[in-house]
Design a protein around this ligand. Structure first.
Ligand code: NAD
Ligand code: ZN
Length: 341
């Protein structure tokens, strides 16, 4: 089968021919319809320090996908041939304390699809049936293929009550923008999002942000004054991984504010801890998505009218994968989809 592989320890990705994987007793074999390119795939493509330490070579990468069930192991229940599925990319151990308590997103022994084991940028993927999520009929393949990053956005955004609250999102990458749409949809008052990339700020405006602020040109405090916010933000969603953005957020939070942190800083990050202490801020780290409450909420949010279609800005056939990676690398995109059909 065709697969996009990390073949060499250098920048790039290569279209290869590999064996179709065999499902084990508890696995599904999924024929892939669509995949989407994640920021993580860009790290792997660019072969940065993290990838060099983490990714075995050769390796089929990718973990954002939708497809259909075309095979299953003999122990699998709850799925039928032809079911449309996406899946949770964190394969959890099932025996640690958190897994056994149903808090699988806090498993300390996870394996990543397309990171530690064969990924979804291929004609076929095998995952444990336990990790698959059936896509309701009224949700398109396009949207289903981005459930993984949408899950990051939803899990982060729904960490705290947003109804009637003023929300600051730092980082208008695909996840930050989707989080802005979610926050608006569930009833936040002002949703302010920051970035330094005009293309992405424009996209955030289209998707419902109250204000999209280019922090290289405009100060956040001018914006809050203009919005009549005299006290600061109630909830912060850090989605850039950039220390300067997190520092902006800490200064802009109200006392008693709550901050959920998804963005991954490149290294250690110094902050002004007095902002946290004297404001009595609550800070929560976010990893992945909740299995499977977040998946359930994603489907329900879309079914209740959340419109995410503008976030998908580009589609390419898999044979044009290079254009996909170049587009994603340019910063002038939302989600980029690769079609396998
Ligand atoms: P992305 O890199 O596309 O988006 C980050 C955005 O931050 C970019 O648009 C960038 O221009 C912007 N930015 C740069 N400097 C800024 C500043 N000073 N102020 C505000 N914004 C600034 O990433 P993404 O795919 O949307 O993911 C968001 C973050 O979440 C990344 O850090 C990613 O690594 C992380 N992530 C974490 C998890 C997790 O489980 N914790 C999962 C997926 C992604
Ligand atoms: Zn576990």
């Amino acid at each position: 089968m065709k697969a996009l592989s990390k073949l060499n320890s250098e920048a790039g990705i290569w279209l290869t021919d590999v064996e179709i994987p065999e499902p084990g007793h508890n696995d599904l074999l999924i024929k892939i319809h669509k995949t989407a390119i994640c920021g993580t795939d860009m790290h792997i493509y660019n072969w940065d320090e993290w990838s060099q330490k983490t990714i075995p070579v050769p390796m089929v990468v990718g973990h954002e996908y939708v497809g259909e069930v075309v095979g299953m192991g003999q122990e699998v229940v709850g799925f039928q041939m032809g079911d449309r599925v996406s899946g949770e990319g964190h394969i959890t151990c099932g025996h640690c304390r958190n897994c056994r308590a149903g808090r699988r997103h806090l498993c300390r022994n996870t394996y990543g699809v397309g990171v530690d084991r064969q990924g979804a940028f291929a004609e076929y993927l095998v995952i444990p049936a336990l990790n698959a999520f059936k896509i309701p009929d009224n949700i398109s393949d396009d949207l289903a293929s981005i459930f993984d990053p949408l899950g990051n956005a939803v899990h982060t955004a729904l960490s705290f009550d947003l109804v009637g609250e003023d929300v600051l999102i730092t980082g208008a990458g695909p996840i930050g923008i989707m989080a802005a749409a979610v926050a608006k949809h569930v009833g936040a008052r002002h949703v302010v999002i920051t970035d330094i990339n005009e293309y992405r700020l424009d996209l955030a405006r289209k998707m419902g942000a109250t204000r999209a602020v280019n922090v290289a040109k405009e100060s956040l405090s001018d914006v809050t004054t203009e919005l009549g916010m005299s006290e600061g933000f109630d909830v912060g969603l850090e989605m850039s991984g950039v220390p300067a953005a997190f520092c902006d957020m800490l200064s802009a939070m109200n006392h008693g504010g709550k901050v959920a942190m998804l963005g991954i800083p490149a290294g250690e990050m110094a902050i002004d801890w007095s902002q946290v202490i004297f404001k009595g801020l609550i800070i929560k780290g976010i990893y992945g998505r909740e299995m499977f409450e977040t998946w359930y909420k994603m489907a329900s949010l879309i079914q209740s009218g959340l419109d995410l279609t503008p976030i998908i800005t580009h589609q390419f056939h898999i044979d044009d994968f290079q254009k996909g990676f170049d587009t994603m690398g340019s910063g002038e995109s939302g989600k980029v989809i690769l079609n396998w059909k």
